[in-house]
Design a protein around this ligand. Structure first.
Ligand SMILES: NC(=O)c1ccc[n+]([C@@H]2O[C@H](COP(=O)([O-])OP(=O)(O)OC[C@H]3O[C@@H](n4cnc5c(N)ncnc54)[C@H](OP(=O)(O)O)[C@@H]3O)[C@@H](O)[C@H]2O)c1
Length: 277
């Protein structure tokens, strides 16, 4: 179980255990759409106001526009309390591309990057990318580096390329309906002091409609979505990054932290979804 139900400590900094995802904001797969900017910025600002200080984005989301929306959303909040994560697309993983891509992300974000992830394995030798990412720390563009969509063996290989730093975090898919990392990457991250960021934690909203979770939530005055997320952050060292463009969804999701399911209910939920392990 995390030591705290609101924060996770990553290399000296407290990060909220419920973060704010941004996939679909500002457009889609390398396509930009500005028609919902005001609503999306408002949703992110509401999340930050309520204490969700971990924000996840990527250069690919909305062809960079999601990063620009994050820049608008963080205006006026103390920068040192935020933890901004963005990702390098695999087509930019060659040594001569990494710095350019990171500088472009930081420019769109209007600030440095707390955590820079390789979005997925690339067609470039992993050591080439890792060494280029490591240099970004010396350049002051990023504070930590990590990986997304990697298994244990590939993480080990990437770590072996690093000389000055280590992988600070892994971001993979995990939810009550997608649990294979509980046997592999999650315990590995725990053993090695890495943060595990769970993406698609609500299965795109499906878990918010789950009657079993809704029933358990009644005794806590919590919704199915809140129960699903609270169960997830009960796993060490997991933080969850649901995406919500609707203010009421953001408020609901942030309400998944700051309390705890009983051990008995946590185990009951685990058992109910054990076929997804
Ligand atoms: N590293 C990777 O390869 C990778 C891959 C996928 C995702 N991610 C990251 O993880 C984040 C989350 O994953 P995701 O966006 O795929 O899926 P998700 O968070 O499981 O689901 C997002 C969907 O659920 C809805 N929703 C959110 N809160 C809700 C609530 N309380 N009740 C009902 N519906 C709710 C949202 O609706 P509204 O938007 O309408 O509010 C949206 O349609 C992404 O945004 C992205 O930052 C990373």
């Amino acid at each position: 179980m995390p030591r705290d139900t609101k924060y996770f400590k990553i290399i000296g900094q407290e990060v909220s255990v419920i973060g704010l995802g941004t996939w679909g904001m500002g457009g889609g797969y390398w396509t930009r759409d500005t028609s919902r900017d005001a609503q999306e910025v408002a949703a992110l600002r509401r999340g930050i106001e309520l204490g969700a200080t971990l924000i996840d984005t990527a250069e690919m989301y909305g062809a960079g526009h999601a990063e620009e929306l994050v820049a608008q959303a963080i205006k006026g909040f103390p920068r040192e309390e935020l933890f901004i994560v963005t990702k390098l697309w695999p087509s930019h993983a060659a040594a001569d591309q990494v710095e350019k891509a990171a500088r472009a992300s930081a420019k769109r974000l209007g600030t440095y990057i707390d955590l820079y992830l390789l979005h997925a394995p690339a067609d470039v030798p992993i050591c080439e990318t890792m060494r280029a990412m490591e240099r970004l720390i010396d350049l002051g563009i990023v504070r930590h580096i990590g990986l997304s969509n990697f298994g244990v063996e590939a993480i080990e290989e990437a770590r072996s390329c690093l000389s000055k730093t280590d992988i600070a975090a892994i971001q993979n898919r995990h939810s009550l309906l997608y649990r294979r990392d509980e046997r592999t990457v999650i315990p590995y991250a725990a053993r090695n002091g890495m943060m595990y960021m769970a993406y698609t934690p609500l299965e795109k909203g499906r878990l918010a409609r789950d009657p079993f979770l809704a029933e358990i939530g009644k005794k806590y005055g919590k919704t199915a979505a809140q129960v699903a997320l609270n169960w997830q952050i009960g796993l060490e060292p997991v933080v969850s990054i649901p995406k919500a463009s609707k203010i009421e969804h953001v408020e609901e999701n942030v309400g998944a932290m700051g309390w705890r399911l009983s051990r008995e209910d946590w185990e009951l939920i685990s058992e109910h979804y054990s076929s997804y392990l």
